[in-house]
Design a protein around this ligand. Structure first.
Ligand code: AMP
Length: 739
């Protein structure tokens, strides 16, 4: 959840819901010590042979110094007049060689910091993906005919289907598999709920304004961009300066408004669009405020997350579940965040779909019966020790990560494993997916452990799913604010004898001594821990009085023996009453979909090699349309056969389109490859047809009455292409790819 980027320690001390300060894509950049260290891709992360950025910077500085010295020597030789032509030529040649070496060192550094050819290729790839996505209406900038609104996007027809497929798989993989209780709560949320959760007070980012135009910017983004640009582009940056910028990146999240403002001034950072001076940074709450009803008296907000709807329903859901723990509730819905300056396309938007799970568990037993099912999974994990020591993410077995205590508990580990399976089955590349543990300064004080599923795309490593063990914090916050106990019960089979601390303040004596402050002293006495109470009891018994700090009064008071009675009493209890802990996986659906688009995209040359064709290699599960039906040529017989096939596909529940246009079959294939349709049925006879697989471009021949069942098996994963290729004859014919 999102809260002030600065001073997380302060935030965490007071706030109800924030496993971390706000993160921004690439979230890794917020962690900066690591930012420079982790700028490399996973591939480099795993193979780690490359020299460090610092070493490359030093090498460049040395070569640059050698070039300067040699240039000076050449000048001296020429000016002195005593040197022979051969000597001057040799010195000039040496200078040229040194310049070549310096150029190579500069290029190596550029590549290492991501500004070089690698960066350009990434940019080019992103452009190709985004152009295809926008041209094919996967998404559309909202309100485009009115010039759009930053951070708001529509999903067009194929985008809607991809999103529906992702959500349907999410429901199957999580809700169905775990018997979760799905709820659907309103987006408009009354203020009291978001006060209890801490959002009203703390859901802020620091903002600066262009002093002349009033344009707003996120203060930390400007400082981050400045430091990154210096590190990436200024190849002559002295080592101390490079270290300083890295330090700033490392501390960015911990900067107060004053510290951020001071750095912006020190570096002379101005408004990027106008170069005008900037205001001092100040907090801006990211929630969209509204009023509920016509009076304007009831303040509401568009929810910034769906989780609160589940917490406030905990009591009813617990009863619905037969008062048994553990159980999980889930919700898919829109979340709204009035981002200060949205950028990076679909990755940081002002309205997006969240899919959240709140898994409620006994804090004394976080084991998970199905953990064995995921324990053998091995994938890239990035525990905090590796981040702090400057290492890279490593392949780890989930079972070992839990048994060694790297991951706090089995239930958290179970969800990490399930999230891994979910993302990879959607088509996310395993090599560009890692689970990064939060550093201590990112985590709320009450959180037991937090991990982000980060996916690497052209923008860097992006936090797409947050998986946090938030302990009992949220339920306690709503219990306190609403006065409704949000607790669970463990019934004992036999009553148990327990020793309980009993503190009974004497209100009469405290009233006489403290008058108007009596209530605060009573509350402080009642809130004592067992240790504090027993120390007070000993002191009162030996000395008759003791000094006692009452935080709400901000001073110490003297408590005498008659003011309070403290004892340990034995009681028979029939049940344990406790606030459950919650483990929360929170999925940013738009971010996952965008990364999926990038991971699925590739180009291949057309048959004539004259152009590059775009392809999305979506798995059938995700593909917006599973199958196309193409009559090879326009004639009644083929059209009729196509209609029969389409009807059978509809009955089998397979999304498909018939394309009867007269353009070449190759062009028709290319058109549907571009939206990632995995199978194409070409009707070239009245009795049998060909089925073509998108990525291999192989074709098999299948009887018309079998087409729907073969495509169904393929799209639902009961058979692979290799399986059906063994059953049906391969087709090599004129209607192969022509483009
Ligand atoms: P948070 O509550 O901040 O941990 O966010 C939960 C998830 O929502 C993140 O893991 C992201 O995937 C996603 N998310 C957060 N902010 C945005 C945004 N402005 N635009 C799109 N997705 C977001």
């Amino acid at each position: 959840m999102v809260f002030m980027r600065f001073r997380p320690q302060l935030i965490f001390a007071s706030l109800s819901r924030s496993p971390k300060p706000r993160t921004s894509p690439p979230p890794a950049a917020t962690l900066a010590a690591a930012a420079a260290r982790r700028r490399h891709s996973t591939t480099t992360a795993v193979s780690m042979a490359a020299p460090s950025e610092d070493a490359l910077r030093r090498a460049l500085a040395e070569r640059q110094a050698a070039v300067d010295a040699q240039a000076e020597a050449v000048r001296a030789l020429k000016a002195g007049g005593g040197a022979s032509k051969a000597e001057v030529d040799a010195a000039v040649e040496a200078l040229k060689a040194l310049k070549v070496e310096a150029g190579a060192a500069a290029r190596r550094l550029q590549q290492s910091v991501g500004a070089g050819p690698g960066g350009a290729a990434r940019e080019e790839m992103r452009q190709a993906v985004v152009n295809t996505l926008e041209r094919k209406l996967f998404y559309i900038p909202s309100f485009k005919i009115y010039r759009g609104v930053a951070g708001l996007y529509d999903y067009g027809p194929p985008g809607c289907r991809v999103k529906a497929n992702v959500l349907s798989f999410w429901r199957q993989h999580f809700v169905l598999e775990e018997n979760m209780l799905e709820v659907d709560c309103p987006c408009v949320t009354p203020e009291v709920v978001l006060k209890a959760s801490g959002h009203v007070e703390k859901f802020t980012d620091l903002m600066v304004k262009d002093e002349k135009t009033g344009t707003c910017y996120r203060a930390d983004h400007l400082l981050k961009d400045f430091c990154k640009e210096k590190l990436e582009k200024d190849l002559n940056l002295p080592q101390e300066k490079a270290d300083e910028f890295k330090r700033v990146l490392a501390l960015l999240d911990d900067f107060s408004a004053e510290e951020l403002g001071a750095k912006i001034k020190e570096y002379g950072i101005v408004a990027p669009d106008t170069k005008n001076p900037l205001s001092d940074p100040y907090p801006f709450n990211l929630m969209f405020q509204t009023s509920i009803g016509p009076t304007g008296l009831s303040v509401g907000y568009m929810r910034p997350e769906t989780a609160q709807g589940i917490f406030v329903n905990f009591k009813d859901l617990y009863y619905y579940n037969g008062q048994k723990l553990p159980f999980a509730a889930a919700q898919i819905g829109q979340a709204f965040r009035n981002e200060i300056s949205p950028r990076q396309g679909l990755l940081r938007v002002r309205e997006f779909t969240l899919a959240e799970i709140e898994h409620f568990v006994d804090p004394e037993d976080k084991s998970h019966p199905k953990f064995v099912d995921v324990a053998d999974l091995e994938f890239l994990m990035f525990p905090r020790e590796l981040q702090l020591s400057g290492d890279s993410a490593k392949l780890m077995k989930l079972g070992e990560a839990v048994s060694k205590g790297t991951v706090n508990n089995e239930t958290l580990g179970y969800f990490i494993g399930r999230v891994y399976l979910f993302l990879t089955r959607l088509g996310i590349d395993k090599g560009r997916l890692r689970f990064r543990q939060h550093l201590p300064n990112e985590m709320a004080h009450y959180a037991a452990d937090c991990w982000d599923a980060e996916i690497e795309c052209s923008y860097g490593w992006i936090e797409c799913v947050g998986i946090a063990d938030r302990s009992a914090y949220d339920l306690k916050a709503h219990s306190e604010k609403s006065g409704v106990p949000l607790v669970a019960h463990e019934k004992f089979s036999k009553p148990r004898e327990v020793e309980k601390l009993v503190i009974v303040p004497s209100k009469k004596d405290l009233g006489l001594a403290f008058k108007g402050n009596q209530k605060m002293v009573v509350e402080a006495l009642e809130a004592m821990s067992e240790k504090e109470a027993m120390e007070m009891k000993t002191a009162l018994e030996s000395k008759g009085e003791t000094s006692f700090k009452v935080c709400t009064l901000g001073k110490d008071v003297v408590i005498t023996k008659k003011m309070v009675s403290i004892s340990m009493e034995k009681k028979m209890e029939h049940q344990r009453v406790f606030t459950p802990s919650v483990i929360e996986p929170s999925f940013g659906i738009g971010r996952i979909i965008y990364c999926l688009f990038e991971h699925s995209f590739y180009t291949r040359p057309s048959k004539s090699e004259e152009e590059q064709l775009n392809v999305f290699r979506f798995p059938p599960l995700v593909a917006p349309i599973k199958c196309t039906v193409f009559p090879l040529v326009k004639n009644q017989e083929f059209d009729d056969a196509a209609k029969v096939i389409a009807k059978a596909l509809t009955t089998a529940g397979i999304s498909h389109i018939i394309d009867t246009t007269a353009i070449s079959i190759g062009r028709r294939y290319a058109r549907t490859d571009e939206i990632g349709v995995p199978f194409a049925v070409t009707v070239d006879s009245a009795t049998s047809v060909t089925i073509r697989e998108r990525d291999s471009k192989e074709q098999i021949r299948v009887g018309i009455d079998e087409v729907a069942s073969v495509v169904k098996q393929l799209t639902e994963g009961q058979s692979s292409w290799a399986d059906v290729s063994k059953t049906y004859p391969a087709h090599v014919g004129p209607q192969g790819d022509q483009e």
